[in-house]
Design a protein around this ligand. Structure first.
Ligand code: NAD
Ligand code: MG
Length: 393
């Protein structure tokens, strides 16, 4: 079999590195790395490019181009800098593209890969939240196979029998509950950045760590699931499952529940999409159920974690609302990480941005194309920044 040609967008991130770790462990000849991208981590990107024998690498930060060139001096790797170079990386002839840039910044590069019909492993949930309809439509037009990387969606992908769609009652995404699962509202009000980010089970990027603590991550995942599996939000349920071992379940009308289990390690879902439709070995720790003894599940608390209902409302409102929801969250998370706002302010800021977006009409227009989505995203950011500035006074 010929090598699968792979490109990783967001190569220096947690998902990107896990992907390349698996690529490098695979037997020689299984994969060929075409292009890698990063935001500004020149050293990390250059090192990965050399290690994997990538043909091309790109940094989104235009100012980092000189440093990238210098870091690759004498190496047989072409490089570029700026957003256009990242798009160029996505356009190269990889058969398989990992979309693992964090945030809406990943939207246009991912669209490039989708438009040319590459198989796209989708980790960048924010892009699907903002532009789900357009992305799914583009994938249908180009014949792109979208493979869900998010562990819950990957679990659903493996257990969702599309030929029995009418017999599927609902799907359930599990949530670890984040680092503040048992915290009172009072404690959440005093929370420090470090506490929210220090997540108990997985190691991951800063943004997703905060999103897990607010459960905004699960809110984004509800919308992501609606798009990936063409379901109404009422058919997507959430169960808090602190062990993070059961990743997702599909309930059929006969009462059967199909679930996918595995140790909480992103390399398992990433391996699934990397080899799909085959399977490959991973060094992931095997799940020892006897050691675990029991698995626990609880309903999410809508009072301490309003993000879930907010996400459902954004999805129901449709049109530009999910893009406002996502943009406000990206801005609020950044403000929280910079110490500008408290933990509970994140969700309040998102709720207010969404409300103002709807009242002012920004959220009620259907974005006609990806540029229109980015315009709504920009408006959502302005609203959120305004709300944060008001709070600071
Ligand atoms: P990360 O912060 O570790 O890495 C993000 C990557 O995106 C880096 O390579 C960074 O250089 C690049 N990037 C950031 N801003 C950019 C910009 N403006 N332009 C171009 N590139 C940019 O994030 P992560 O944890 O790897 O998450 C990546 C995506 O996968 C997110 O959408 C996240 O929600 C999703 N995801 C992550 C996990 C996880 O366990 N980490 C699990 C499921 C889904
Ligand atoms: Mg997830």
């Amino acid at each position: 079999m010929s090598a699968r040609k792979v490109t990783v967008l967001g190569a220096t991130g947690s998902v990107g590195r896990a992907t390349l770790d698996l690529v490098m462990r695979a037997p020689g000849g299984a994969f060929e790395v075409i292009a890698l991208t990063a935001n500004s981590n020149v050293e990390g990107l250059a090192q990965l490019a050399v290690q994997t024998g990538a043909r091309f690498c790109a940094v989104a930060d235009p100012g980092a181009g000189v440093a990238l060139k210098a870091a690759l001096e004498g190496r047989d790797v072409a490089c570029g800098a700026g957003p256009e170079a990242v798009l160029e990386a996505a356009r190269m002839n990889a058969d398989w593209v990992m979309a693992a840039i964090v945030g809406v910044a990943g939207l246009l590069p991912t669209v490039e890969a989708v438009r040319r019909g590459a198989t796209v492993a989708f980790a960048n949930k924010e892009a699907l939240v903002c532009a789900g309809e357009l992305l799914i439509q583009a994938a249908q037009e180009s014949g792109t196979q979208l493979l869900p990387v998010d562990s819950e969606h990957n679990a659903i992908f493996q257990t969702f029998d599309d030929s029995q769609r009418a017999r599927i009652r609902r799907i359930i995404l599990t949530a670890s509950g984040g680092s503040l699962r048992t915290a009172s509202l009072e404690v959440m009000g005093q929370d420090s950045v470090a506490q929210a980010v220090a997540h108990p089970v997985w190691s991951m990027g800063a943004k997703i760590s905060v999103d897990r603590a607010t459960m905004m991550n699960k809110g984004l995942e509800i919308i992501e699931a609606c798009h990936l599996f063409a379901l109404p939000q009422s058919d997507v349920d959430i169960l808090v499952h602190p062990e993070s071992v059961v990743h997702g379940l599909v309930e059929y009308t006969d009462g059967g529940l199909l679930a996918q289990l595995g140790a909480p390690d992103m390399r398992t879902p990433i391996a699934h999409v990397l080899a799909w439709p085959d399977r490959i070995d991973t060094p992931v720790e095997r799940l020892d159920l006897t050691k675990l003894g029991k698995l626990t599940f609880e309903a999410p608390d809508p009072v301490r974690f309003p993000a879930l209902d907010l996400a459902r409302a954004a999805f129901e409102a449709g049109k530009g609302a999910p893009a406002i929801f996502n943009a406000a969250n990206e801005v609020a998370v950044e403000a929280f990480l910079n110490g500008q706002i408290g933990f509970l302010d994140i969700t309040t800021c998102v709720a207010e941005s969404l409300e103002r977006g709807i009242v002012t009409g920004i959220a009620v227009e259907q974005p006609a194309d990806f540029d229109a989505v980015l315009e709504v995203d920009g408006e959502g950011r302005r609203l959120a920044r305004h709300i944060i500035a008001e709070r600071a006074h």
